[in-house]
Design a protein around this ligand. Structure first.
Ligand code: FES
Ligand code: FES
Length: 154
């Protein structure tokens, strides 16, 4: 057993773990009950588990806890906005009704948020490129792209 200190969604937290190499995703979902990030493939292929580490989109299913330093800022979908004050992307996804089953949406929003932070007025092609490695089995891509465009113009 070991203790790991993390900064998640602006709060300092401490968790007890057996394996320091366990994926960050497991710590977020199982230890901290943050269910925004999803387990999809577990192989860095679908994007459902995406979170931000120091503002960069990372796939938490293949990010070992040991690689996260205590000072690094981890942000999950829950830390992006609140029901009363949603992030522009969260608002835009609702307004465009860009969700079917919703399983991929954590990854779509977290990847898009990191992308828009560095590219405030992207073209449609750039948005498609940014989300090219995020999979949606429901085929909601057209609405997802519209939602990202709406958020960029907000
Ligand atoms: S669950 Fe992490 S990329 Fe699919
Ligand atoms: S909305 Fe179902 S996987 Fe994307």
């Amino acid at each position: 057993m070991a203790t790991k200190s993390l900064k998640v969604n602006g709060k300092r937290v401490s968790i007890t773990i057996d394996d320091p190499e366990m994926p960050l995703l497991y710590a977020l979902r199982d230890n901290l009950a943050l269910k925004g990030p999803r387990f999809g493939c577990g192989l860095a292929q679908c994007g459902a588990c995406t979170v931000h580490v120091d503002g960069k989109a990372v796939r938490s299913c293949v990010t070992p806890l040991s690689s996260i330093r205590a000072g690094q800022k981890v942000v999950t979908l829950e830390g992006l906005g609140t029901p009363h004050k949603p992030h522009p992307l969260q608002k835009a996804f609702i307004e465009e009704q860009a969700v079917q089953c919703g399983y991929c949406i954590n990854g779509m929003i977290m990847e898009s948020a990191a992308f828009l932070a560095s590219n405030k007025k992207p073209t449609e092609v750039q948005i498609k490129q940014a989300l090219a490695n995020n999979l949606c089995r429901c085929g909601t891509h057209a609405r997802i792209i519209r939602a990202v465009k709406r958020a960029a113009n907000a």
